[in-house]
Design a protein around this ligand. Structure first.
Ligand code: COI
Length: 352
């Protein structure tokens, strides 16, 4: 890792008035704003565990051109957010869930994993070191991006001998503006049974660029993928899970292997159940999308977004939008918990 190596000891800052970086918070989209520090841990075969992590200045990382991540895509990423409360305290949303998901992904990708404690500690230290970049209450969030990469050299096809965990952070606003207009992709596929669609492998994402680019060129905001086996059931978007609502029933594709088990997805299911909705995790045939009343997408980056329309084989279906939707009610509750406006009876947030 290049750049000044320095350790950073988080202080108890709550008694101080919050200081903010010089950012136009209202113009944040979902783009990288470079922050002050990143957190790094290394794993080597000799040690068989991750080293004590360090906070170092945010900057480029150096690795062998023959590293597992660069040559064979042996890597995973996570995404989670820290929110500013009204009293300027900072809440992290469900970091243990991300730690668990990275552990499952590491097993699938033949990589060593951090412990849950190491992961959560790394995330907390990354946020505290960059706390001036956590947007003011209600004006965005600090997105934390942990990466796990095979960094040891490998010419042949096999797991790397060294690994690096890095967590960096960026303040973010909305992933998409306005409602989503989706187009169903019936030629390119995101995941296959037995593949890595159910984990957050870095290599799951660039293969969808073609579908996404084509969709955007036609004026759509995102793609909705179908399952590769039957080409009949909806799966997910390029960076989000999907839900449909009809009457009192909310349905979403089962997260078994080809669907990314989103933490926002899981949270929305739990919130919907507390509101008395019936939630079904099952294969959702594309035909059902035609007569849904509402459709919405979820993800850490996206939070929860209503779908305004879905286009499939030239036919465009429009959905209910606006303040009176179930989607809006679920969104309000989720973001209320995340930002400390609603009491967190679920035990999802950690104040740091
Ligand atoms: C997230 O929502 O955190 C994601 O991982 C989507 C990302 C690819 C932008």
């Amino acid at each position: 890792v290049t750049g000044a190596m320095e350790t950073y000891e988080p202080r108890n800052y709550r008694r101080e008035k919050a200081e903010y970086a010089n950012v136009n918070w209202d113009e944040l989209g979902f783009a990288l704003t470079k922050t002050d520090y990143m957190y790094v841990m290394n794993w080597s075969k000799e040690q068989e565990k991750f080293s004590q992590g360090i906070l170092t200045r945010f900057g480029n990382i150096e690795m062998c051109p023959s590293s597992g991540i660069l040559n064979y895509g042996q890597g995973l990423f996570e995404g989670l957010k820290a929110y500013r409360k009204e009293d300027e305290g900072i809440l992290l949303f469900r970091p243990v869930e991300n730690a668990l998901r990275m552990k499952i992904g590491a097993d699938r990708m033949c990589m060593p994993s951090t412990t849950i404690e190491q992961f959560v500690d790394a995330v907390k230290k990354t946020v505290l070191a960059n706390k001036r970049w956590v947007p003011p209450h209600g004006r965005g969030a600090l997105y934390i991006r942990p990466l796990l990469m095979g960094t040891g050299p490998n010419l042949g096809v096999k797991p790397a001998s060294e690994y690096t965990f890095v967590a960096y952070a960026s303040p973010v606003g909305n992933y998409h503006e306005g409602g989503l207009n989706l187009i169903v992709e019936d030629n390119l596929y995101r995941a296959t049974p037995g593949g890595t669609g159910g984990v957050k492998a870095v290599a799951n994402y660039s293969p969808i660029y073609r579908a996404l680019t084509q969709a955007k060129a036609k004026g759509f905001s995102d793609v909705l993928f179908l399952d590769a086996l039957t080409r009949r059931n909806i799966e997910e978007g390029s960076a989000c899970n999907i839900f449909i609502l009809k009457g009192n029933v909310i349905s979403t594709p089962t997260a078994h292997g080809t669907i990314l088990p989103g933490i926002t997805r899981k949270s929305i299911i739990e919130i919907a159940l507390t509101f008395g909705y019936q939630v079904e995790e099952r294969p959702v045939p594309i035909e059902e999308v035609f007569d849904a009343e509402e459709v919405f997408c979820t993800g850490t980056a996206m939070v929860l977004k209503s779908v305004a329309s879905i286009t499939y084989q030239g036919k465009r279906i429009k959905y209910k939008m606006g303040a009176e939707t179930v989607a809006q009610k679920l969104y309000g509750t989720l973001t209320g918990i995340q930002t400390g406006l609603i009491e967190d009876k679920m035990g999802w947030t950690i104040e740091i």
